[in-house]
Design a binder for this molecule. Structure first.
Ligand code: GTP
Ligand code: SPV
Ligand code: MN
Length: 601
């Protein structure tokens, strides 16, 4: 029996961002013929279209209404409980040879994979609407900006993509009529949201992504991890730039001197929080501004590295967000926000673990069940998310739309490590910094399905996102140095070191300004440091800890290098490099030898 057509046709006047470009039209036709949707909806990203889709989503329970007085223009979405995070085991890089995908990616042969996916997509949109989303990644006037088209049968995806990207006519215009223009093809179908039929496949050579069987975040907002990082990193290497899992922030001194910093932390390890940092009282007059909170595209110009944020919004971790930890995020998500998998209070407000104030006496949890503070389950899923436009951010940097990007003074790598790695240190030089990034590790988090809290190597926070051979990626990083005359300084940070009592030693959040200040001082060659085997460490008086209530013992622990722990760490570096099967560049192997030697001095 044929499914009933959903009551969703673009009313006249909306849905008219249809390109004249024949190659796009042909591709959309091809997918429509295969997936057999009830109708095709060309998204234009207009307010009217958005209102229409929200109304439809509310009718079909894709969205749940919130108290519009408490959180104006905001809505709640509950995903399938089997579909709450990225799925690395079902993510594939489909290059012609396995070597091109390299030792860190799941690989599958492109021809066979296309055939399998076509089989799954056959008739998959029957009775559903097929949306075509034209979008750009990057400021409209940037040379790095890319055009993408995402086909999807999920209204939730359309609503998110409108916040996360610049959507509609702007992409159609940028693409133009050139049949050879570069653009990304993205196909997404929910199918039956079954983990057995969930595949996120990338075809870098074809600039194509096909994602089926999921409705969640990084699996389906194809602009983000799929295009901006996996396909992006592949294009970046080919075209001589960098696509990185990094936040970008501006930091301005009271005298008006401004630096920009890019920082790579793995998923759910503090990028959004760091990018929106509010300096503590002691740093009066200092200002931190956000350029981006997740992805940086960087190019070399006149010997310097310049970064743009390709995104237009934030898809951020909700739990732990409060006026105490991140006031800028709280203000950003107080209106015009899509919430996914948080709890719903009886008065139509949203709630999550770590929000300010007392927990509600009763709520509906992320699964739709009754919840009270006595419940064993969490009210909000640990990977519940907000989607909010970057324009909502009170700390948005004034140069966020600058096509040329912002000049980067420092690059920071940071993981979640309860031991071994000190609060902050500086690499000796670029090559040493690439080694630092290549060997970084972090405890896994709820942002991807699987074990949480397990230490794994996550080079440059790109382990799940590098779209080609990791050895070539390391080499690309090393090669960039040759084009830099004013290269960013490279640092490591770790906000997550714990004491014997199992508590974090460092207060984190706004107080991270103290570490950032040292980093800026080092960039200006004014900050003091002590040489250690792993890099330059702040001495006892180099970090400004004034007006911070912290035990000196804690500070000593935070900055200490335990030789036993580091012997284990260096062994693990070797094991990691060995596990990559000979793709690691010689220069990085030498870096490891030098590190070993420095510990023996
Ligand atoms: P993705 O969006 O998954 O890429 O995550 P992210 O790197 O942007 O991480 P985010 O800033 O959302 O932080 C993730 C979790 O780490 C949240 O629960 C935060 O509360 C917590 N967190 C962030 N910064 C700090 C910090 O400085 N110290 C401590 N202890 N926790 C932090
Ligand atoms: C991450 O996991 O690094 C995220 C969230 O930023 S997602 O978009 O789901 O990948
Ligand atoms: Mn991320």
């Amino acid at each position: 029996m044929k499914n009933l057509a959903p009551a969703i046709f673009p009313p006249s006047g909306i849905g008219d961002a249809k390109p004249a470009n024949q190659t796009v039209l042909d591709w959309v036709n091809e997918i429509a013929t295969l997936a057999e949707p009830e109708n095709i909806f060309w998204c234009d990203g207009s307010d009217r279209e958005n209102e229409f889709l929200i109304a439809e989503s509310l009718k079909q329970n894709v969205l749940i209404n919130l108290n519009q007085k408490k959180v104006p223009n905001s809505h709640l979405h509950r995903s399938d409980p089997n579909d709450v995070a990225r799925v690395e085991q079902f993510t594939f890089v489909c290059t012609p040879t396995k070597e091109e995908a390299g030792p860190t990616n799941n690989w599958s042969e492109p021809g066979e994979t296309y055939t399998k996916l076509r089989g799954l997509l056959k008739g998959a949109m029957g009775g559903r609407t097929m949306f075509v989303i034209p979008y750009i990644m990057g400021p409209p006037d940037s040379p790095l900006t890319k055009v993408g088209f995402e086909i999807t049968d999920s209204k939730y995806v359309v609503l998110n993509m409108r916040i996360m990207t610049r959507m509609g006519e702007i992409a159609v215009k940028r693409l133009g009529n050139d049949p050879n223009a570069e653009w990304n093809r993205g196909v997404h179908s929910l199918l039956d949201v079954n983990p057995e039929r969930r595949f996120i496949c990338h075809f870098p050579q074809d600039n194509t992504i096909i994602s089926v069987g999921s409705g969640y975040g990084g699996n389906v907002l194809l602009s983000k991890k799929c295009l901006a990082l996996r396909i992006g990193s592949y294009l970046a290497r080919k075209q001589g730039w960098l696509a990185e899992h990094m936040l970008i922030l501006g930091v301005e001194s009271p005298e008006g001197k401004k630096h920009y910093v890019a920082a790579a932390f793995p998923s759910a390890c503090g990028k959004t929080n760091f990018a929106m940092l509010i300096p503590p009282e002691h740093f009066k007059g200092w200002k931190v501004t956000t350029v981006g909170d997740d992805i940086a595209w960087m190019q070399v110009r006149d010997g310097r590295l310049y970064a743009i944020n390709p995104e237009n919004g934030y898809f951020g971790v909700v739990p732990g967000t409060s006026y105490k930890s991140n006031p800028n995020a709280m203000r950003s998500i107080s209106h015009d926000t899509l919430y996914t998998n948080v709890a719903l209070t009886d008065d139509g407000d949203v709630w999550w673990e770590g929000k300010d104030g007392d927990p509600p006496a009763h709520a509906i949890d992320w699964r739709g069940n009754d919840w009270t503070p006595n419940s064993k389950e969490k009210a909000a899923h640990p990977n519940s998310r907000f989607t909010t436009p970057m324009l909502n951010n009170p700390a948005l940097d004034s140069d966020v739309e600058k096509g040329g990007g912002v000049p980067i003074s420092a690059i920071i790598f940071g993981g979640r490590r309860s031991d071994t790695v000190p609060l902050v240190y500086q690499a000796f030089d670029w090559t040493n910094g690439v080694y630092l990034g290549a060997t970084m590790a972090s405890e896994t988090t709820a942002a991807a399905t699987g074990a949480v809290g397990k230490v794994r190597r996550d080079p440059m926070a790109m382990l799940p996102f590098c779209g080609y051979n990791i050895g070539d990626y390391f080499q690309h990083w090393l090669d960039i140095r040759n084009r830099l005359t004013n290269s960013p300084r490279i640092f490591s940070v770790n906000w997550f070191r714990k004491g014997v009592d199992g508590k974090f030693l460092w207060p984190g959040f706004g107080e991270n300004m103290r570490v950032l200040k040292w980093i800026i001082d080092r960039c200006e060659e004014s900050g003091g440091a002590l040489k250690s085997p792993i890099g330059w460490l702040p001495g006892p008086h180099d970090l400004d800890l004034a007006e911070l209530d912290i035990d000196h013992k804690c500070v000593a622990e935070l900055l200490c290098i335990d030789h036993e722990e580091w012997q284990k760490e260096i062994t693990e570096h070797k094991q990691f490099f060995d596990s990559l099967g000979g793709v690691v560049p010689e220069e990085l192997l030498e870096q490891r030898e030098e590190l070993v030697a420095r510990f023996k001095q």
